[in-house]
Design a protein around this ligand. Structure first.
Ligand code: CAA
Length: 246
C-alpha cells in the first residue's frame, strides 16, 4: 500500500534528495517550507518538470502552535503521515564567547524543539495504525562536536537522545525511530562557509570529498522501508570515515 511521507525542510539540499528517494519508493510526499531561498512554487514546478509531484505546506517547525496548525491542514488534506523525516535544520555558526542568545535559540528551537513539535502531532496515529517510520537528521557534529558550533552540536546530539528514547517507547507499536548522521555534504549549508574553512574540513575527511545528497537519501529511504523493521534507535553515520579519524 502506498504510504504518506512528510519530510520537513524538503526544499533544501538533503531534503530534496530525501523527497525524491521516498517518491521513487512509491510514497506520496508532502514537504514543508519556511523562508526558502527559492520560492516554493518555483521549487515545486522544478520538481514537476523532473517528474516529481510533491505537496507543500508552510510550517515554522520551531513553533509548536504553527506546527499544530500546519499539521491539522496536512491531516485534513492528505491524512496522517506513516513516514516522518525530521530534516529541517539551520546553522548560526560562531564561537561561543561571541555567540548571541538569538544564535543559540534559533538553532535549538529549529533543530531540536522541532522534533517534539512535529513528531507529537503524528505519533498517536502511527501508534493506532501499528506502523510508522521516523527518521531524524542528526549530524557528525552532534557526535564529535565542532569548533564554532556549540549550538548546532548540542542540538544534533540532542536529536539522537530523542531518537533513542522514542525508539524504546515505540518498539511495541511497529514504529521504528532512527537518526542519520551526515558528515559534510555538498549542500548550500556547507558551501556557505568560508572557502578556507571548507578546505580545512575536506582535508580532515579520509575520503577527501564531501558527501553527495543522494548518499544520505538512500539510507533514509532504506530506514523508511518494511525491510528495516528491526533497525530502531540507531544513529547511522555517513561521513567518508571522518568520524573514525578523530
Ligand atoms: N580548531 C582549533 N582552532 C581553530 C579551528 C579549529 N577547528 N578553526 C579555527 N580555529 C582558530 C583560528 O585559526 C583562529 O585562530 P587565531 O585567532 O589565532 O587566528 C581562531 O580559532 C578563530 O577562528 P576564526 O578566524 O575562524 O573565527 P571567526 O570568528 O572568524 O569564525 C566560525 C568562526 C564562523 C565559526 C568559523 O570558524 C567557521 O565557519 N567554522 C566552521 C564551522 C563549521 O564547521 N560549520 C559547519 C556548517 S555545515 C553543517 O553544520 C552541516 C553538518 O551537519 C556537517
Amino acid at each position: 500500500m502506498a504510504k504518506l511521507a512528510l519530510v520537513t525542510g524538503g526544499m533544501g539540499g538533503i531534503g530534496t534528495a530525501i523527497c525524491r528517494a521516498l517518491a521513487d519508493d512509491g510514497h506520496k510526499v508532502v514537504t514543508t517550507e519556511f523562508k526558502e531561498a527559492i520560492p516554493p512554487e518555483k521549487w515545486l514546478a522544478g520538481q514537476a518538470a523532473d517528474g516529481y509531484e510533491f505537496e507543500a505546506v508552510t510550517m515554522d517547525v520551531s513553533s509548536f502552535e504553527e506546527v499544530e496548525k500546519a499539521s491539522n491542514e496536512i491531516k485534513e488534506k492528505f491524512g496522517s503521515p506513516d513516514v516522518l523525516v525530521n530534516n529541517a535544520g539551520i546553522t548560526r555558526d560562531g564561537l561561543l564567547h561571541k555567540m548571541t542568545s538569538d544564535q543559540w535559540q534559533a538553532v535549538l528551537r529549529t533543530n531540536l524543539d522541532s522534533l517534539f513539535n512535529v513528531t507529537r502531532q503524528f505519533i498517536n496515529e502511527m501508534r493506532d495504525k501499528g506502523w510508522g517510520r521516523i527518521v531524524n537528521i542528526a549530524s557528525i557534529n552532534g557526535q564529535k562536536g565542532q569548533f564554532g558550533q556549540a549550538n548546532y552540536s548540542a542540538a544534533k546530539a540532542g536529536v539522537h537522545g530523542f531518537t533513542m528514547a522514542l525508539a524504546q517507547e515505540s518498539a511495541r507499536k511497529g514504529i521504528t525511530v532512527n537518526s542519520v548522521a551526515p558528515g559534510y555534504t555538498a549542500t548550500p549549508m556547507v558551501t556557505a562557509m568560508r572557502e578556507d574553512v571548507i578546505e580545512k574540513i575536506v582535508a580532515q575527511i579520509p575520503m577527501g570529498r564531501l558527501a553527495e545528497v543522494n548518499e544520505i537519501a538512500a539510507i533514509v529511504r532504506f530506514l523508511c522501508s518494511d525491510q528495516a523493521a528491526f533497525i530502531s534507535g540507531a544513529n547511522i553515520p555517513i561521513n567518508g570515515a571522518q568520524f573514525t579519524s578523530h
